[in-house]
Design a binder for this molecule. Structure first.
Ligand SMILES: Cc1cc2nc3c(=O)[nH]c(=O)nc-3n(C[C@H](O)[C@H](O)[C@H](O)COP(=O)(O)OP(=O)(O)OC[C@H]3O[C@@H](n4cnc5c(N)ncnc54)[C@H](O)[C@@H]3O)c2cc1C
Length: 386
């Protein structure tokens, strides 16, 4: 928290209070029925959470990435789905802010800042999310327009998004394929079908859907930044923020699991003493606390590196890899500490256990993170030797 300004620290406290007072008391109700949390989203809009990465001149709150990570963590501590509701939106605000044309910034950022326009990002296709070079969604030039054809799947917030940051191929002949990709800013309309919710293990309340583009016509000016074929580089920068966001979500879920386990271990007794005094349970708590502290520090370190203007793909990947695996383990250990009650809907730990795996898979699986990390370790090592 030390790198945060006093205003940013106030922001994090505001979110923590919102979570404790408004979210935690009602989360089981929203979760159980898989209801979109409209009321909470409206409150989040008013509190400025959708404008965290939007510059003040466009109406945003404009906090550092480190503050954004802490806010995300707090939201996920209450309910990971709420952090998910600002995830893709924040990546697209970051992209429009840094790479958008002045017109795109003027058209979108003020409405993204107040949450009246919510965005999502669409990369994954039914045939694969890891191998993006093999994507089959095309935006072909026709006069002053682009005609979009193809499908995306697992797109979070798709039914509530008024703006889709679509990664697609705008030059079919480019080799390698990423040299012919663009991010196209698509507003839903004729030619786009959004499916119903894909049923899922956790991350309930917020929908994930398939998008089908059938010769959808958009103006060529919808390409992010106005110049086609730069989308891969743009999206890779955006994913640095996205991976920090996912790491922070994992820290929030893991912290909630630790908090609940800690509390339960002090009140539940066996053999005449609180269970934390049995060395096996105490050791579990010690490991859980250590993992979550390390995960938070790695996440903030990646965020600070990005804020300093440095390349942060390796650090963001490491934070996402470590924090998500830690959160999964901590969620499982929280179930252990709760014994049979850990398996019951009466306690929140079963939800953490269902929510944690998403951070292992989302924003690039952890296997893909390892590939990115290894490649960067080698590249930086070789650079150091030149
Ligand atoms: C709830 C939810 C919400 C999501 N929201 C979004 C969203 O808003 N926008 C979006 O674009 N996507 C979203 N996704 C999709 C997510 O990013 C992908 O699921 C993920 O990138 C993996 O792609 P895949 O599912 O096609 O798996 P695949 O790419 O088919 O991979 C399957 C397995 O093979 C492994 N693998 C593949 N290639 C390699 C390799 N080269 N080296 C090592 N291992 C490899 C993977 O790690 C994985 O274990 C979401 C997913 C979920 C579950």
């Amino acid at each position: 928290m030390s790198s945060l300004t006093p205003d940013e620290q106030d922001m994090v406290r505001l979110v923590a209070d919102f979570v404790d007072e408004r979210v935690r008391p009602r989360v089981r109700e929203f979760e159980a029925d898989d209801i979109y949390p409209t009321e909470l989203i409206e409150e989040m809009k008013k509190l400025g959470f959708f404008g965290l990465l939007v510059p003040a001149e466009h109406g945003g709150v404009d906090v550092s990435t480190a503050c954004f990570a802490r806010v995300t963590e707090e939201l996920a501590r209450g309910w990971m789905s709420l952090a998910g509701a600002i995830g893709g939106h924040s990546v697209i605000s970051y992209l429009v802010r840094h790479f958008g044309t002045p017109q795109q910034q003027q058209d979108y950022l003020p409405r993204m800042a107040d949450g009246s326009l919510r965005a999502t990002m669409a990369l994954t296709e039914p045939s694969g999310g890891s191998d993006l070079q093999g994507m089959r969604t095309f935006a072909d030039a026709e006069g002053d327009d682009l005609l979009i054809t193809g499908s995306k799947t697992w797109i979070s917030n798709a039914q509530h998004a008024g703006l889709i940051g679509l990664l697609c191929i705008t030059d079919r002949s480019a080799k390698p394929a990423h040299r012919g990709m663009s991010v196209v800013l698509v507003e839903p309309g004729d030619g786009l079908t959004v499916s119903g919710k894909i049923p899922k293990l956790g991350y309930r309340g917020v929908e994930a859907c398939e998008l089908t583009f059938d010769k959808m016509r958009v103006p060529a000016t919808a390409v992010l930044g106005g110049t086609p074929h730069l989308g891969w580089g743009h999206m890779m920068r955006g994913l640095e923020v996205g991976r920090i966001q996912v790491a922070a979500r994992a820290v929030g879920v893991g912290q909630a699991a630790l908090d609940d386990a800690l509390s339960y271990a002090q009140t539940r007794e066996s053999f005449g003493k609180p269970i934390w005094k049995h060395q096996s349970v105490g050791n579990l708590l010690a490991e859980m606390g250590t993992k979550m502290r390390a995960a938070r520090l790695m996440t903030l370190d990646a965020a600070e590196r990005l804020d300093a203007g440095d390349r942060a793909d390796m650090e963001a990947g490491m934070a996402k890899l470590f924090a998500s695996e830690a959160a999964m383990q901590v969620a499982l250990d929280a179930v252990r500490v709760h014994g049979g009650y850990g398996y019951s809907k009466e306690y929140d730990v079963e939800r953490y256990f269902r929510d944690a795996p998403l951070m292992i898979v989302g924003e690039g699986t952890n296997e893909i993170q390892r590939n990115v990390i290894a490649a960067q370790l080698v590249a930086r090592d070789q650079k150091g030797k030149n």
